[in-house]
Ligand binder design. Structure first.
Ligand SMILES: C[S@@+](CC[C@H](N)C(=O)[O-])C[C@H]1O[C@@H](n2cnc3c(N)ncnc32)[C@H](O)[C@@H]1O
Length: 348
């Protein structure tokens, strides 16, 4: 249970960790919110939960069941698929607006349409079910999709932390799994800051930050023209035109030409390439220093330590000084034993 005031953020984190038991009801009780978990958290998950919510208490609680809908795919497909196939059903369905996105393992390929139909049936607001048909790749960080249920489309409107986003999954990167991370970074920003969001995509860090603070300036850069168009559209619908400056271009060139020495904070959400842009982020920061949110992929047994060491090592080759790493956290699992990790660092 968590104090009621922290419930929204706690729910976002537990959803992202895939710890929420969707079959049970979330219940309010005497100033606290009881949130049902689907399993015991791993040690690193527990550390992360306690870190963000020092008042959290893990306890036994008699939750009421949600009767209104069956959300478990296996239940819906139990009479259509053999048991050994049911065992490898996707556990995670990502929801982006009215689109559900799943990964279909090769052994389930012949059953993908049945899975699509089951997801449509279980989630009434879903209009389209997409299966991932390639890994994320290329400069724009895109993947291809195949429609396995409902209307064939990749465009939708997605709501996140009170913001509305026009999304086109085929044209510009977006992941609902980063929802908590967007909120976390936006919450760390202080009034009067200037932020450079070097790899802004359709704007979930930039727009939420601008929406939550009355006096901030955010420069949101992306090299993908489609991401830039969606970003501008999203700035309009979220009414942050005066606070966010959208810039189409390569972050290195943009910082060199017009954003040197301006930033109190730099967001570097391009995990596979961020190391190549540390010098650019250092250049964007004010001469007196600032904060970096540095994302990377790590596939070692000790992801947090590895992420810290790699970042500290890379900083040695820059012209700035790493004062302190204030936070290292696993943002999400990418594959078995592969994680996206963020390092928050104070730089002088
Ligand atoms: C992983 S996505 C992150 C998007 C966004 N920050 C989010 O959380 O949804 C990385 C983005 O960086 C953009 N990108 C890649 N290389 C870039 C570069 N050199 N300069 C600016 N943007 C770049 C891609 O087009 C993509 O939209």
């Amino acid at each position: 249970m968590v104090p009621r005031t922290s419930a929204e953020k706690a729910l976002a984190l537990l959803t992202q960790l895939e710890l929420l038991d969707a079959g049970l009801r979330i219940q309010a009780d005497n100033g606290y919110t009881h949130i049902p978990l689907s399993r015991e958290p791993f040690a690193w998950e527990l550390e992360r939960i306690r870190n963000d919510f020092p008042d959290v208490k893990l306890c036994e609680y008699e939750f009421l069941e949600r009767h209104e809908k069956i959300t478990k795919l296996a239940d819906l497909l139990s009479d259509k698929l053999p048991p050994h196939v049911l065992a490898s059903l996707p556990h995670a369905v990502d929801f982006v607006g009215d689109i559900a996105v799943v990964e279909i393992p090769p052994e389930l390929e012949p059953h993908k349409l049945a899975i699509g139909a089951a997801i449509l049936k279980a989630h009434k607001r879903v209009r389209t079910v997409l299966s991932k048909s390639s890994p994320v790749n290329g400069v724009y960080r895109l993947r291809t999709y195949e429609t396995i249920g409902g209307e064939a489309k990749t465009q939708t409107l997605h709501k996140e932390h009170g913001c509305i986003y026009h999304v086109d999954l085929a044209k510009a990167y977006f992941s609902s799994r980063l929802s908590y991370e967007h909120l976390r970074v936006a919450s760390l920003v202080k009034e009067n800051e200037t932020i450079v969001d070097m790899f802004a995509g359709i704007g979930p860090f930039s727009i939420l930050t601008a929406k939550r603070h009355s006096n901030v300036r955010v420069y949101a850069i992306d090299v993908n023209p489609d991401a830039y168009e969606l970003l501008r559209k999203n700035m309009l619908v979220n009414r942050v035109m005066g606070k966010v400056t959208p810039i189409l271009g390569d972050a290195r060139q943009v910082v060199n030409e017009r954003l040197t020495g301006v930033a109190d904070r730099v967001i570097m959400n391009l995990p596979e390439k961020a190391v190549e842009y540390i010098d650019v982020a250092c250049r964007a920061l004010k001469p007196e220093g600032g904060v970096m949110h540095y994302y990377q992929f790590v596939d070692t047994p000790e992801p947090l330590g590895t992420a810290r060491n790699r970042f500290a090592e890379a900083m040695k080759h820059s012209n700035r000084r790493l004062l302190r790493i204030s936070e290292t956290r696993i943002v999400r699992g990418i594959a078995p034993f592969k994680y996206q990790v963020v390092v928050d660092a104070e730089i002088k």
